[in-house]
Ligand binder design. Structure first.
Ligand SMILES: Cc1cc2nc3c(=O)[nH]c(=O)nc-3n(C[C@H](O)[C@H](O)[C@H](O)COP(=O)(O)OP(=O)(O)OC[C@H]3O[C@@H](n4cnc5c(N)ncnc54)[C@H](O)[C@@H]3O)c2cc1C
Length: 462
């Protein structure tokens, strides 16, 4: 295997290929600070360099794992001591922002927040947004088909990608850099790579569709005490705000109390309520939009849908409300803690959550379940803390998975709404996908990666 490293260095230069010794200072990922394991880490500067790297790996049957910002949450980025990592960190430029055509062409190692800021300076708006914006990359967002905070109005990453370029496991470059909104000429090849979690090709460049920047953003944090009012409030706000609602983020009371406990986030409202929702709307007219938004919140209060509400008066206050939703560091004191990302039809959501809670309590009486989510998208995140000492963490995780995932099949749910499958949920893919679907995924994998060198063992077993 050392031959591979020498050959890679001959092909693209010594400073592009870091060896094992130089990796000891790099953390495994956002969640785990143990040192990164790999045979070598390649940092190509161009698509052409990456193509040469993959050709060498392909010839040697060398396994390869793509790395973006390492914020992924299902072990899709996990490497072993025998893998070559390809990090897109040096392919991070914004190549072109086309103000007239409202597109941006960007290399996949560019960080999301950097791109958001660059397009905003030109009066445009990239609707993709998630809590990891400061660290995650466009390549990772595309590879995981990231969702995030604006999906209810603007959709997922898949819907924003017009074109992309990817390098196949054998080094072939597929350049599909379409900039047109409509292009039905043959198979839509880019969709093969979007959401494939680095198993079919490494994404190098992306063309994204942009929107006009909307000058008004109105936000409210509201409280709800009756569970059935969650869905009604969503419909009411959507109806009154004429389709401008861009976020509808719910936090169950246990989660809210935990992250706003003394030493945590400031709570602008009483902490005794059953649910907390951040509603946000974006529109074209700051005066009119604010008026309409306040009226909608007022109507929800008058109608008894919500119990209390706070509307931030400054950007700082707005950010402090969003931190309650986005920054869950306080939960890290629970060990172990398992994160889930399930999708559930809205009409089954409350019953499903209570079923999971009761099954967890039956299994581990002291367990804690913290729930939050993009519920307008039918997407819930759970943090499960079994709160039992001295048990094998893998066994606890498996038992927790069973409780969370098993009921999903009956209600048409999914084991992953937006994070992907990676290694962590592979065993549960069949809850959300039929045997025929999984077979077709395997056929695609074998066709594009016959030697199975790219992110092997992730998503599906071939
Ligand atoms: C605080 C926080 C909040 C988050 N909130 C959300 C959220 O709201 N919605 C959401 O969807 N996710 C969320 N995530 C998860 C994560 O940020 C996303 O999955 C993100 O898209 C991963 O991007 P990344 O660059 O960090 O990818 P990585 O973690 O580096 O990689 C993720 C996967 O993509 C593959 N990959 C990376 N780059 C490429 C490439 N160029 N070509 C091919 N494959 C590649 C990797 O091999 C791996 O399988 C959150 C994470 C954190 C830490």
């Amino acid at each position: 295997m050392a031959d591979v490293v020498s050959e890679l260095r001959q092909q693209v230069g010594v400073e592009t290929i870091l060896d094992t010794a130089s990796l000891s200072m790099r953390a495994r990922n956002y969640w785990d600070s143990t040192p990164l394991e790999a045979l070598a880490l390649a940092r190509p500067r161009t698509t052409e360099e990456l193509s040469r790297i993959l050709s060498v790996c392909h010839a040697h049957g060398q396994t390869v794992v793509a790395h973006g910002g390492l914020t992924g949450v299902c072990d899709g980025d996990r490497s072993t001591a025998g893998d070559v990592i390809v990090s897109l960190e040096r392919m991070n430029s914004i190549e072109e922002i086309d103000v007239v055509g409202r597109t941006v062409t960007v290399q996949s190692g560019c960080r999301l927040q950097h791109l958001q800021q660059a397009v905003e300076q030109l009066g445009l708006f990239l609707p993709l947004d998630l809590g990891a914006r400061g660290s995650c990359t466009l390549g990772g967002n595309v590879a995981t088909n990231a969702g995030g905070l604006n999906v209810i109005r603007f959709g997922m990453t898949r819907g924003m990608v017009l074109g992309l370029e990817a390098v196949l496991p054998d080094g072939t470059v597929i350049s599909s850099m379409n900039r047109l909104l409509k292009n039905n000429s043959g198979y839509d090849l880019k969709q093969l790579f979007i959401g494939s979690e680095g198993t079919l090709g490494i994404v190098t460049r992306v063309v994204l569709a942009l929107k006009e920047r909307l000058p008004s953003t109105n936000t409210a944090l509201v409280t709800i005490d009756r569970a059935e009012h969650l869905a009604t409030l969503l419909r009411e706000m959507d109806r009154r705000l004429g389709g401008t609602v861009s976020s509808f983020e719910a936090m169950w009371g246990d989660y809210y109390r935990e992250v706003t406990a003394p030493g945590g986030h400031h709570s602008p409202l009483g902490r005794q309520h059953s649910f907390y929702v951040i509603v946000e709307a974006r529109g074209p007219d700051p005066v009119e939009d604010e008026h309409r938004f306040q009226a909608a919140v007022e109507a929800a209060l008058q109608g008894g849908l919500i119990v209390d509400a706070v509307l931030p008066k400054s950007e700082t206050e707005r950010e402090s409300i969003w931190k309650i939703r986005e920054n869950f560091e306080a939960l890290r004191r629970y060990e172990p803690l398992f994160l889930y990302d399930v999708g559930v039809p809205l009409r089954n959501m409350l019953e499903y959550v209570e079923g999971v809670r009761s099954d967890l309590q039956e299994r581990w009486p002291n367990s804690r379940l913290f729930v939050l989510g993009h519920i307008g998208d039918g997407n819930l995140h759970f943090f499960v803390a079994p709160e039992v000492k001295g048990n094998n963490v893998n066994e606890l995780h498996a038992a927790s998975d069973e409780i969370v995932y098993r009921p999903l099949a009956h209600i048409g749910g999914t084991v992953s709404a937006e994070h992907g499958i990676g290694l962590e949920k592979k065993a549960w893919l069949s809850v959300s996908r039929s045997r025929a679907e999984i077979e077709l995924m395997k056929t695609l994998k074998r066709a594009l990666d016959p030697k199975c060198i790219l992110n092997p063992g992730k998503v599906i077993e071939v």
